[in-house]
Design a protein around this ligand. Structure first.
Ligand code: ITT
Length: 200
């Protein structure tokens, strides 16, 4: 079976990536699966695109293979689009998401209705051994909830409320989240591009 490396150490992402791309006869493996978890990746970009490219290129250069990477995050409009590209590092990499999520809820104490707007953004990069790189972007619009709700997903999902569904992305079954999520959209677009270019 053909194997494609996804340059991520985030297990929540990896699980969704496998679910979204399931059924194409390719095995998607993480950095840990390939014993590459200790490779230093300097994520010093200021955009999702820059960071996704840095991750995919670093691993493509080392392995000589085509590599996928995901850079994603939560933009809260009331917080000037923070935490954005710093979503994983927000309040410290080792701080629990209960603390991060409740901090955001508290920040929005005075925000009402539309003022609570937020989005998840995901950029997928595909880097080739010859240095070529392509990216796709997906977003999902929502609002910051008033309390954490739901056990599915990971990270900020318990506070990402979808008004049209009346629930958070952590309350959606995984297959429902993947159909509409930033990651589902960006990955589907990447899959189509790679098919067009006859790489898959
Ligand atoms: P890798 O760089 O190893 O892939 P990371 O977690 O450090 O893992 P990012 O820098 O892209 O990755 O940070 C993404 C963060 O954005 C992630 O840790 C979550 O906090 C948040 N995030 C992204 N997608 C999410 C989703 O679908 N649901 C909830 N939170 C999400």
């Amino acid at each position: 079976m053909r194997k494609i490396i996804v340059a991520t150490g985030n297990e929540g992402k990896m699980k969704e990536i496998r679910q979204i791309l399931a059924g194409d006869g390719i095995e998607y493996v993480s950095l840990k699966d390939e014993n590459l978890q200790d490779v230093e990746i300097v994520e010093d970009g200021t955009t999702f695109e820059e960071n996704a490219v840095i991750k995919a290129r670093t691993i493509a250069e080392i392995t000589g293979q085509m590599v996928l990477a995901d850079d994603s995050g939560l933009e809260v409009d009331y917080m000037d689009k923070a935490p954005g590209v710093y979503s994983a590092r927000f309040l410290g990499e080792d701080t629990s998401y209960t603390v991060k999520n409740n901090y955001i809820i508290d920040k929005l104490a005075q925000a009402k209705g539309e003022e609570r707007s937020a989005r998840f953004v995901c950029v997928i990069a595909c880097a080739f051994p010859d240095g070529k790189v392509i990216t796709t972007r997906g977003t999902i619009e929502g609002q910051i909830g008033y309390e954490e709700k739901g056990e599915n997903g990971f990270g900020y999902d318990p506070i990402f409320f979808l008004p049209e569904r009346g629930c958070t992305t952590a309350e959606l079954p995984p297959e429902e989240k993947n159909k509409i999520s930033h990651r589902g959209r960006a990955l589907t677009a990447m899959y189509e591009k790679l098919k067009e270019e006859k790489v898959l």
